[in-house]
Design a protein around this ligand. Sequence first.
Ligand code: SAM
Ligand code: SF4
Length: 343
Amino acid sequence: MPLTDDAPVPRPNQLIDPYGRTVDYLRVSVTDRCDFRCVYCMAEEMTFLPKAELLTLEELEVLCRRFMAAGIRKIRLTGGEPLVRRNIMQLIRALGAEAKAGALDELTITTNGSQLVKMADDLFDAGVRRVNISLDTLDPDKFRQITRWGDLNKVLDGLRAAQSAGLDVKINAVALKGGNDAELGDMLAWCGDEGFDMTIIEVMPMGDIGTENRLDQYLPLSRVRADLSKRFTLTDIPFRTGGPARYVKVEETGRKLGFITPLTHNFCESCNRVRVTCTGQLFMCLGQDDNADLRRALRDGGEPALDEAIVEAIGRKPKGHDFIIDRRHSNPAVSRHMNVTGG
Ligand code: SAM
Ligand code: SF4
């Protein structure tokens, strides 16, 4: 519903979209590159963006700061693999200092875990307190099949490093039909033993993934939940992050389990977030192509033009997306890959 007389009155330093939703969460994809090639995310042969097209780390920082001035309270860095971008700690330290000073509620990172052995301590020192680590299987061969280039042991060592550094870890697993569906219960039990919350994600139809077929991968989470319910007591809880996950408490472990179900469930009504790519395109919705060119605004007009472009773009945030995977729609609903907009 568009903004009405009953809708919250915008305070200064708040971004409110046409449907009355406060946008206070920014996800920034700092690179489209990655050291893995997950089968649902990328084709094996990927052409990445020329480096010259990327925002510099300094530009990314300015962009984040202008969003913060407009009311953004939480920033998540993602990618591609955010921790493979050269000198990324420079940006993480700058934003982490804002989190330590209270100007941001939180700076978080979504990572495949491959760099955590060497970076976990630095992340904690910089002010990061939570990381989401993507892990779809605990079977080394399957891990290799799913990520094509990944090494499970390296990721598990990274996970341990994150724990010892004091980082709170959440595990993200994409549910893959015939890939890890039989194993999700064991992974949930393992997360309980390790003290991790877990989120299970439905495959989203984003980007051409080469020879792989979405229909072969797609597994509705309603089925996953029904399967897990045979082994665990799952109690709905009202916990919300303003995002696409709905949470339950796993009574046997006491940990949270989230389901991200963009296809079987629409989650747009409470959406509080926008996403910026590493080239400065602002996407107001993960599932729509409309975007704003913040790089041009910043490079041509400086910070005032950037501020204006941000407000103008939030004014175009759509009500929702229209992801569908069925026999007639096995092509991507949006042409860009997840590594461009970040997860
Ligand atoms: N490389 C980092 C990682 O894997 O965590 C960050 C970027 S990755 C694009 C972010 C999340 O998106 C990961 O949890 C990944 O599993 C998920 N993802 C990638 N492609 C997806 C797709 N087509 N559908 C659903 N989730 C996807
Ligand atoms: Fe890389 Fe993450 Fe995509 Fe896997 S999901 S290919 S780790 S960006």
